[in-house]
Design a protein around this ligand. Sequence first.
Ligand code: IFM
Length: 453
Amino acid sequence: MPRTFPPGFLWGTATAAYQIEGAWAEAGKGESIWDRFAHTPSKIEDASHGDTACDHYHRWREDVALMKALGHQAYRFSIAWPRVRPQGRGPVNEAGLDFYSQLVDDLLAAGLTPVATLYHWDLPQAQFEAGGWPARATAEAFVEYADLVTRALGDRVKHWITHNEPWCIAFLGYQIGEHAPGYKDEWGNALAASHHLLLSHGWAVPVIRRNSPGAEVGITLNLVPVSHASPSAADYHAGRRFDGYFNRWFLDPLFGRGYPADKVAEYTALGHWDPALVRPGDLEAVAADTDFLGVNYYNRHLARDEQAPDNAPPVEFLAPRSEWTDMGWEIYPDGLYQLLCRLHFEYQPRKIYVTENGVSYGDGPDAQGRIADTRRIRYLGDHFAAAHRALQAGVPLAGYFVWSLLDNFEWARGYTQRFGLIYVDYATQRRLPKDSAYWYRDVIRANALPDEG
Ligand code: IFM
């Protein structure tokens, strides 16, 4: 039986400004925290940066034409805050707004639905120096920026995502230190940043709705379902702690439950959480009614309490035959099914889009210029099948965006990772669709997965 998706299901790809645009200091663009971070020695695995990246700032017409030729229906891109408001607050850079305005016009002319993310990590450096996300003022600055962008594009863009992956912004940026601004163990700042990100989302929702009548507005979270290394109580509790840290810390306040009590107690006991951060009215703002939840899914977490006495060896490891991607991430399609069902049954978002899912493999062109990325085709097929099962279980899944349109700058991993459906030869900037791009075109055309056998 063909596994058909519902009529109107939206298929597309996703990118982010810093990862593809380049033109880092061109046409009035201000410096971002990622420009500063990548220009700092030893922060990026291959000592690279996004100065040129995929040169999309100059090649966007070619990229839109490729999307059209490959049958895509939608394109999720992000807007670089420092391109349109170089200092965070203050003067507007009209050339930056024009760039996105032309991109949107071209997408629409090509029959593609534009889906715009307002913040995919490239905070203006000046706004960072004014306090960055740990400061409440940055939430106010974000709302001004959201107002500016949605006034300019809101007549044509009808799908808005406020933030991409606030966990990464707050915790990779201030606790783990792998991402800009690169601080380690600053739990207090990570938690303050997470609150101000959520607050800025909630404050921006009504502003976006006002400027973009009829638009769908939501936020994108990276969420990680939890499995347990053994059925022990210790591993169960380890899983619960991780789930609170990664998933519930964002989901609960967005869906009106406030911050999870177990994590608040834990962070308070450790002296990380300042309850004064949450002012009267904040939680109501964070829980603003949204049209969809964006879900980025890549892998699961296997919870194992290393310290617990009842977890003494041997433990049953649930993933003995796992495969791993070039990122070192386990491939686990069933996690997408589990996650989508959990979100639907526990939180009831009106709609869900998978706003990112994809895989990094280093396959390059053979002598004939063909890129036979069969492992990516298998990966995507298995994840689309998991999404299809979730739809059958009643999950209101409305679309799927493959990460990514192009190979691009993979943050702290630089150009060592290739997630694209389209190969990029960085020396020439030549784009070469991989086999997976043609396979995806056929899935979109059929709005169904090929027969299993
Ligand atoms: O490249 C990133 C993207 O910017 C955010 N989500 C995960 C992707 C792969 O790591």
